[in-house]
Write a protein that binds this ligand. Structure first.
Ligand code: GLN
Length: 192
């Protein structure tokens, strides 16, 4: 039994918990999902997910609660992580916005709201490195990756912007892979 942590200080949590369970099921694994709002749980997890929401709020709450350093340590230990949308912004090395204290666990700079505001949300079928058919990606006030470090692989682009990356054990997406039934991104990050 694996323990999957979902950072739950703010943002879309239950959809991710369901997607992790579906992905685990497909890979013959069983998981217990724990929602993380306080310190002490991250070190007990085997895999960790940081969802979308509002990156300014998430980064502040992680620091206030003292969860930020636990996440940094988790990533440094080489355990698998998936960070999505605002989670990608918080995980980056630079969000180019002083209101976001980044965790610097993914060597990328990001552009918050790269595709415009809420009205500019969109869906796209993306070719993703490692998946054998297009993935239905939902973008909501999505960031884009601006610059990638030398150890970062680009997994997908949309509208000529980088929207999915991997650096070792950490996978990041600008879109919301939990909002469709397709759990292959969770599978890619955690079980392959
Ligand atoms: N653009 C938002 C931010 O900067 C993220 C949006 C999302 O997670 N759907 O936090």
């Amino acid at each position: 039994m694996l323990t999957a942590g979902v950072i739950a200080v703010q943002g879309d949590v239950s959809e991710h918990a369901d997607a992790i369970r579906r992905a685990a099921d497909r890979h013959g694994e069983s998981v217990e999902v724990r929602e993380i709002r306080e310190p002490g749980i991250v070190p007990e997890c085997d895999l960790l997910l940081m969802p979308g929401g509002e990156s300014t709020t998430i980064s502040r709450l992680l620091r206030d609660e003292g969860i930020d350093d636990e996440i940094r340590q988790f990533a440094a230990d080489g355990k698998p992580m998936l960070v999505t949308c605002a989670g990608l912004i918080v995980a980056s090395s630079d969000a180019k916005d002083e209101r976001v204290t980044t965790l610097d666990i993914l060597d990328v700079t990001v552009d918050r709201n790269a595709f415009g505001r809420q009205k500019d949300s969109f869906e796209a079928h993306l070719d993703v490195e490692g998946l054998n058919s297009p993935f239905p990606a939902v973008f909501i006030r999505a960031p884009a990756v601006d610059e990638v470090g030398e150890n970062v692989d680009v997994l997908a682009t949309a509208k000529d912007r980088v929207v999915a990356v991997r650096e070792g054990n950490v996978v990041g997406t600008a879109f919301h892979p939990e909002l469709t039934e397709d759990s292959r991104i969770h599978g890619l990050a955690f079980f392959e």
